[in-house]
Design a protein around this ligand. Structure first.
Ligand code: SF4
Length: 363
């Protein structure tokens, strides 16, 4: 939870937890029971601006207006793909920008959202556009919730319901876990956002202490691991964090999470041509997962130009992708291929933000 509230301090309602808002109401001679109603309304209507129109005791709506900022972010850019994928670039109060994405489900009435946890990223994954501009700062829980609300509104406007969210946008959630947990607690609390713990997935590049901390938080959310290679050498070459936490350590942390929380872990594997897509690597991956109840999501790579280390990665061919998927399944692994999303827009993580920054710096 962010800093304490005092008269005149402009903090967003999205950044304010239930206990904090209850205490504020009490100190302003309002019944603290109204706090949960205000936060529920916030999630129901999807915007801090409309909360105040609800029937609140005389004076409370005005006090909320005076003491809390309407938004912690505003929409800076919006791109819509032919496949319906919608990418939003949000501008934060300090001018920094962050991305979130709405992806239509194959069912007409549903959509899923991808949410960022940090501005930029320090993880240095070589194929990722976000990390090229480095790490700027952690997002507050309110800035995370703001993305959720924006995506919820986008889904509603498209005649869909936002059914799931995944922390797989900009940043490494485990390195901003306090804000991520605070946001998830409000989004998924049946008394508040009422989204449901099972509808939330936290994805990590494999920060073992973070996975353990998430387990200890006992929220019951899904865990996804960005593995991208079955062996330490290839993995560490793609993801510098792989030098710190090897594949076995990461999977052991996922085992602990699964044993405690009871949710099947998703293994994210982005197929890169000639890097991690051989059939031998598919068999190595299957060996690693043997005896584990985990499923593999194969991802199509969205090219982002030169990598951090000046390389050019390409997506695996469709034939190789099918062969890799087939080999995994032949070895008994539950695996799926995720459709490429928004190939006609800047859909890859960090791409839209980078393009917006380039446009700003072009005279
Ligand atoms: S892939 Fe994720 S963890 Fe890796 S650099 Fe990009 S945003 Fe960070």
């Amino acid at each position: 939870m962010s800093g304490s509230i005092s008269d005149g301090a402009i903090q967003s309602l999205t950044d304010t937890g239930l206990e904090e808002l209850s205490a504020w109401m009490q100190s302003h001679s309002f019944n603290p029971a109204h706090a949960s109603r205000v936060i529920r309304d916030l999630f129901d209507v999807g915007s801090p601006k409309t909360v105040r129109r609800n029937r609140l005791p005389v004076g409370l709506a005005e006090q909320l207006r005076l003491n809390f900022a309407a938004d912690s972010a505003t929409l800076a850019q919006r791109q819509v793909s032919e496949d319906g994928t919608t990418k939003l670039l949000l501008r934060l109060h300090d001018g920094r920008t962050v991305e979130c994405v709405l992806m239509p489900d194959y069912r007409d009435d549903r959509a899923s959202g991808c949410i960022s946890s940090q501005v930029g990223c320090a993880m240095g994954c070589d194929f990722c556009a976000t990390t090229q501009s480095g790490f700027e700062r952690n997002l507050t829980s309110g800035e995370i919730i703001e993305q959720f609300l924006q995506l919820k509104r986008e889904a509603q406007a498209a005649g869909r319901t936002l059914r799931t969210i995944v922390f797989m946008g900009m940043g490494e959630p485990m390195l901003n876990l306090k804000s991520v947990l605070a946001a998830v607690q409000r989004i998924a609390d049946p008394q508040l956002g009422a989204f449901g713990w099972r509808q939330v997935t936290v994805s990590t590049v494999g920060i073992v202490p973070g996975i353990d901390e998430l387990r200890e938080a006992d929220l019951g959310v899904h865990l996804a691991i960005s593995l991208h290679a079955p062996d330490d050498a290839t993995r560490a070459d793609l993801l510098p964090m792989g030098k710190r936490f090897d594949v076995n350590d990461v999977l052991a942390a996922a085992d602990r999470y699964q044993a405690a929380i009871g949710r099947i872990t998703t293994i994210q594997y982005c197929l890169l041509d000639g890097v991690n897509d051989s059939l031998a690597q598919a068999r190595d991956l299957a060996r690693l997962l043997d005896g584990r109840r985990m499923h593999v999501n194969l991802l199509r790579y969205n090219p982002t130009g030169l990598s951090l280390r000046g390389r050019t990665y390409a997506p695996s061919s469709l034939e190789q992708t099918e062969a890799f998927l087939g080999e995994l399944r032949a070895q008994g692994v539950v695996a799926h291929l995720r459709r490429a999303r928004g190939p006609d827009i800047d859909a890859a993580c960090g791409q839209l933000r980078r393009r917006a920054a380039e446009q700003q710096s072009t005279p």
